[in-house]
Design a protein around this ligand. Structure first.
Ligand code: ZN
Length: 635
């Protein structure tokens, strides 16, 4: 096994960023895009997949894998209407979304079309009630600078977001409609060839240009990244990897995918050397033969009346376990494909005997299927109606690897920075015109309006925050890159309070609580605002803010009001406060005797602990000092 060196394979990367826009309504209706998990509407659809939507992929195969799916949609009246339910045609394109898309295109110096044609893009997973997503190509070309690297823009589209997946139970898949139809821009860059470590910066710079418009959504799920990866010897195959959640993951995903592709080319060569050809005699039903096999997986399959099939691969011994690089195996590719069809597992010759399949089972198998010493084989179990389709797909895939190298899939990024088979790449028949919406004409006035509204660069925006709010550069950067920048500016506008204090609560306090395992998604913006309003009115102290945040973020309370009640931190009057302090001074006379005025240190701790945020540190300090002095005079 060789060590993989990414610089030797000529990897090219293209980014595809999906950014939700911050508008008050959805792209083609008047609903407000608010997140909620309270659903008063529920309806169901069967998944429809037509032949033209499947591209080159064997329609029977995909049909088998999805035909039994029922889709349940959950919705509420605030965030969805008949448009989302596909009971009413789309309304006119939202003007805000239109403006923002034009500003983003202008900022990236992309050429905006004078006529825009809404299109339908087929969606086959049920994430859209209509079975398609509406999308509009707004502009082509353009560039931006990420440090010294100039990155080309391929295209910018304005589109509808999909419904949010809520879960899957057996043959039922559930979606929430609150996110369906939320406007988003999709920006695709040209492929670029850079050092792995630069990719993060390139993605970050693009994200910062978008955020500089101040018209894009922030926070979890508001920006999604897909990445296209190809290598020099890959015969032009570009693999699309979906769902890279964090920028830190990007580098790993690109490295893994390049390694996988280069590994597949080596596997391809190896298969060619073996002169392998598949014939129908290589496939045998071994359900009877394996009826006494002790493997749990085999026995479960037999109980469910499934069939067990063995496939032999002549002269291919060692091929499934062959490791061109760490973690890259043909066996893994086959297992991923089989999982796509919803069946549990597949055994290959290079991992057996194992999993309860014993040497004696293998001896009988080899006799029955005529497997020789230098042959490889697969064993798989599945319901009878699917099994031949699955075996065909496995054979087709291995033949494709033999003849062409890298199979053309759409893949999904995993948490650990690998990629896995998501689905076959759909063909070009996937797009067709949206007949419910007429073409959209972009006027000269609109174009010059967009030009005028091109945002300041990220660097300028940071400088502006620094000077406007008199906060240090590091905090300015933190607050601008965080999801709270809009909230921050709102709070400062409405409430007379110290910007540095607000920014540090929003950046460091909330982040620290998050790091200790609490959930900032439980914290609504209105509640954070309320917190600072109460502080301004003197109804709570600075010290109580973190206690309230902690209470809400741990799920104990939903609102600030509730949290104040639950933690019993209501500000107490100065008279009550003084009484408590007098009591504590009285009890600790000896400390005061010994340490004189320096007793304020230890006593401050005692008082703060007792009051837990009910009064400000400053007020406590003043009253405590006054009372210590009084005590010292009387001793
Ligand atoms: Zn609606």
């Amino acid at each position: 096994m060789e060590k993989f060196v990414i610089n030797n394979v000529g990897v090219k990367v293209g980014l595809e960023i999906h950014q939700q826009l911050a508008t008050n309504k959805k792209l083609f209706c008047n609903c407000t895009p608010i997140e909620s998990d309270e659903y008063s509407i529920r309806f169901q659809r069967k998944l429809r997949v037509s032949k033209s939507e499947l591209g080159e992929f064997d329609p029977a195969a995909l049909f088998e894998s999805t035909k039994s799916k029922t889709i349940m949609y959950y919705a509420n009246h605030e965030s969805s209407c008949l448009v989302e339910q596909d009971e009413e045609p789309p309304h006119e394109l939202d003007t805000d979304a239109r403006k923002i898309a034009l500003i983003i295109s202008s900022a990236l110096k992309s050429n905006i079309f004078s006529e825009i044609y809404p299109m339908r893009k087929t969606v086959i997973d049920g994430s859209n009630t209509t079975g398609f997503q509406r999308t509009m190509l707004i502009s082509q070309g353009g560039f931006y600078n990420a440090g010294k690297t100039k990155i080309g823009i391929q295209s910018i589209c304005l589109e509808e977001d999909a419904a949010k997946i809520l879960g899957e139970e057996g043959s039922i898949r559930k979606f929430g409609l609150e996110r369906l139809g939320v406007p988003l821009v999709e920006i695709a860059t040209d492929p670029f060839e850079v050092e792995l470590t630069e990719i993060r910066k390139i993605a970050l710079s693009l994200g910062r240009i978008l955020r500089s418009t101040k018209k894009v959504k922030r926070g979890l799920g508001s920006i999604r990244q897909d990445v296209n990866v190809s290598i020099k010897d890959g015969n032009g195959v570009v693999i699309e990897v979906k769902g890279v959640q964090q920028l830190d993951q990007l580098e790993k995903v690109v490295e893994y995918e390049a390694k996988r592709q280069h590994g597949l080319l080596q596997i391809s060569k190896k298969i060619q050397e073996k002169n392998w050809e598949f014939t129908d005699e290589d496939k045998k039903d071994i359900t009877e033969l394996f009826s006494k096999c002790k493997s749990k997986i085999i026995q479960n399959a037999i109980k469910k009346n499934q069939r067990i099939i063995a496939v032999s691969f002549k002269k291919m011994a060692g091929i499934f376990g062959f490791l061109p690089y760490e973690g890259i195996r043909l066996g893994k590719e086959v297992a991923e494909l089989v999982r796509f069809f919803g069946i549990g597992g597949v055994f290959h010759s290079d991992e057996l005997p194992n999993y309860g399949v014993e040497e004696s089972d293998l001896e009988e198998l080899k006799k029955f299927v005529k497997i020789k010493e230098n042959d490889a084989f697969l064993i798989l179990a599945s319901p009878e109606e699917k099994i031949h389709t699955i075996v065909n797909q496995i054979i087709l895939r291995i033949e494709h690897i033999r003849d062409h190298g890298i199979p053309i899939d759409t893949r999904l990024a995993t948490q650990t920075g690998e990629t896995k088979f998501l689905r076959p790449r759909p063909g070009s028949a996937r797009m067709y015109p949206e007949t419910d919406i007429p073409p959209i004409i972009i006027t000269k006035e609109e174009l010059s309006e967009a030009e005028k509204n091109i945002p300041k660069s990220w660097d300028e925006s940071i400088k502006e925050i620094e000077t406007k709010y008199k906060i240090n550069p590091q905090l300015a950067e933190q607050i601008f890159d965080s999801r709270y920048i809009g909230l921050f500016e709102n709070i400062i506008k409405k409430i007379n309070t110290n910007p540095t204090f607000v920014a540090s609560i929003l950046c460091s306090s909330i982040t620290n609580l998050e790091r200790s395992g609490l959930d900032s998604n439980l914290l609504k913006n209105e509640e954070i605002s309320k917190l600072f309003q109460l502080l301004e009115k003197g109804e709570i102290s600075k010290e109580s803010i973190e206690i309230i945040l902690e209470n809400i973020m741990s799920g104990k309370s939903k609102t600030v009001k509730e949290a104040i009640e639950n933690t019993s931190i209501e500000s107490i009057s100065e008279i009550d406060l003084e009484k408590i302090i007098e009591g504590i001074v009285e009890k600790n006379e000896s400390i005061i005797k010994n340490q004189k005025e320096r007793a304020i240190g230890p006593l401050m701790g005692i008082v703060m602990k007792e009051l837990r945020g009910k009064a400000s540190g400053e007020m406590i300090n003043n009253l405590l000092l006054k009372n210590i002095k009084k005590k010292l005079e009387s001793i």
